[in-house]
Structures are given as C-alpha cells and as structure tokens.
Design a protein around this ligand. Sequence first.
Ligand code: SAJ
Length: 425
Amino acid sequence: MNLEKICVLGLGYIGLPTASTFASHAVKVIGVDVNPHVVQSLQNGILHIYEPGLRTIVQAAVQSGNLVIKPQPEAADAFIIAVPTPFKDSKKADLAYVEAATESIVPFLRPGNLVILESTSPPLTTINVVAPILEKSGLKAGVDFKLAYSPERVLPGQILRELIENARVIGGINQESAEAGRDLYRIFVRGDIILTDATTAEMVKLMENTTRDVNIALANEFSRLADRFGVDVWEAIQIANLHPRINILSPGPGVGGHCISVDPWFLVEAAPDITPLILSARQVNDEQPTFVVDLLKRVLGKPLAESSIAILGLAYKPNVDDMRESPAVEITQHLIKAGAQVKAHDPFLPGKEIQGIQTTNTIEEAIQNVDVLVLLVAHQQLKDLTAEKIKAANANVIVLDTVNAWTIESFNDTGIKLYKLGVGK
Ligand code: SAJ
C-alpha cells in the first residue's frame, strides 16, 4: 500500500520517537498532540521530554520538513495512535485519550487507509472500542480500511535503539491489516516482525509487563525475607542466579513508571475472578515503599518528625528523568507528610519542584546536615558517589541504600554506617 504520509497521534515518550524515526526514513509525518504547549515547543525544536538521542533526531526531522507538528490530524495514508492509557483511581483503564484520538481521525479516514493502535490497552480494545469509533466514518473496518494493534515495547532510556532493533508484533483485525502494518513498520524496524491477530497482540504486551511485575514482586518479597532472617538478599540472588534456569530480578523501593505498575491492572480489571496472582503481585509492589519507610524508621531509631533526611534519586528508575508513578516520589512525599526535614536531589532534575518536592542543585547540598541519606534510584551519577565524597559532605550521616549501588566494604574505613534494603545481617 501507499505509505508516503503518516499521521502520529500523541507526541510523548512513544509517539515522538516513532514520528521522528519515520521522518528520518523519508516518510512525511504529521505529528499531532492535543497539548498546545507541546505543539508550540516542538515547532520550535524544544523537547518537553528527555530521552537519550531524541532531541537530535527530532530537530533534524523538523528541520528537514519531514516532520510537521500540528494540533489536529489531517488526511494521510496511515494513522498511528500512541496516546497514554492511564488508569483511574479505581485501577480501571482510562481509555479517554484513545477514544478522543480515534474520534479525531474519523473526519480524515479514507478508503484504503491503515490505522494502528500502539497504546497499551485492555484485551479487545481494538475490536470493541477503536473499530466502532472509526466506523462512524461510514467505512467498514477490515473492508474499507485496515486496522491493527501493534504494541510499543521499547525500554525508556533505550527507546531509539529498541524501536529499530526489537521484534515488532502486529495484530491485524484481519490478515490484510496485519500485512499492511508490516509494510509500515518495515520502513525502519530491523528486528523480526511477527503477524498475529489484534487481541493476541494486546495480550502479548500485557503478559510481558505482567511477567516483569510478578517477578519483581517476588524479588521484593525475598528482600523482606532476607531482612527477617539475617541474610544479604543481593548475595543470595547472585548465587541463586547461577542456576541455569533461575533469573531473579532485583528488589528495590517499588515498581514505578507508566507501564509495569499500570498494565497488570488491565488484566485484573478485565477478569478479576481469574487473576489472584497478578493482583497480589501488584499489591506487593505497591506496598514496597511502605516497607522502605519502615526500614528507614528502624535505621533512624527515632521518629521521622525529629529526623532530617537526604533523598537521592526521584525518578521511577535509573538514568531517566521520568517521575511517573515513581516509588521514590511516593516515599519522599510520605516522609515530608510525617514531618521529617527532607532535602531531595535528582541529577536529572536539579533545582526543580517535583510534585511538591523541592530538589537541591547539588548532591552535596542535599547531604549536608542530615541524619540519614537514602538512595532510592541507581542513577549512574549517584552510583559514582563514593563513600569518601559522602564523608566530606557529612561525616556523621547514616546511609541507607535501597538499590544495591554501594558495597558495605567501601564504607568500612569511613566510619559511616551503610544499611541496605534486604540485608538483615
Ligand atoms: N524494577 C525493579 N527491579 C528490577 C527491574 C525493574 O524494581 O529488577 C523497577 C524499576 O526500578 C522501575 C520498574 O520496575 O520502577 C519498571 O522498570 P523496567 O525497567 O522494568 O520497565 P519500564 O517500565 O521502564 O519499561 C517496561 C519494559 N517492559 C519489559 O521489560 C517487559 C519495556 O520493554 C516496555 O516497552 C515498557 O515497559 C512499556 O512501555 O510498556
């Protein structure tokens, strides 16, 4: 099919890299976002999100004229929907953005077009939600236009590489739709392209992130057990992982981000009567920040309200600036609410206000004159922080490392006491 011009709806962490990658492969791309600030700043080559390498490729795409940023869609050969699917307080998927983006395509839909949904969605969304909206155009899905679900599966921090190299799943509502999707993504995807049906593709995406969530929950429970039984969980995991069929993930302060902490709920919501394990894993990971706060209270040996605390790392995971659903933010907010004097620093967002938390400009500023330093994210800059540097900023501080960034031995000669999550020794 003709694929000279495509329209990408939603210019966030997935839509923007996708739009600019197509544009850098000589496709005319209309990048659409409903947020006027996003449209305006991207038109001026300013990015509203951070992802390694993204600024260069977006600016080049805009300058070449292949990527044009607009507030609404226009006629194109293919439409890609890459808007967020958050959840409501009730943990039910909020499909409002998907529905609105789909509605916005309707006036521009033409016979022969291809529409792809990339947003992570509950099973049957493509068939039961997207197709009926598009059919308001008077065109029939699978007959007059093609429709497929193709989940994004790229890792924040590595998006541009994984977009090209990862295997791509394309689930068509019929074979012709899947094949049209393959022709589209083949423009830049070097990994395998696997064709299946739309609902299988939706399930594949949810199963991947759920598997990771359940495995992290298990690692987090192991950290609690190790704490209770006087074991170093990091050592135990390292030894267990020598077994050829075992691969335990890492415990930490909790599971954040917009994917793994959200997607399993879509399965629980869709079939609560048959998903007790998935629900339980979600609950374990959601409780992990509380476990860390309790551990911190034990380390401090005095009430939070009488303590001064330095928090290092606020992002949801290492080496990204993304704070969505971040357990580090949740822990910090909890400590502030409990009356502790808190100074926080994140190397990706120095000197900013983040969800009610003011960050310091430097690491040293955060560490000076506090009782305890809590490391919540293993950003490279924070891993590189040595025991000597910590001592130079605050010789009396106690350190709690929740992400296994530092070794107890490296603190031995400093007189500083290092505690670690999951180390009950
Ligand atoms: N985490 C742990 N322990 C681990 C690994 C991760 O506590 O051993 C925590 C992280 O700190 C973070 C959270 O889990 O808070 C999620 O991080 P992540 O790196 O596992 O995943 P995401 O959310 O950044 O990206 C995931 C990826 N999915 C899988 O690896 C199966 C990515 O490929 C998906 O494209 C992305 O979700 C998405 O958009 O769905």
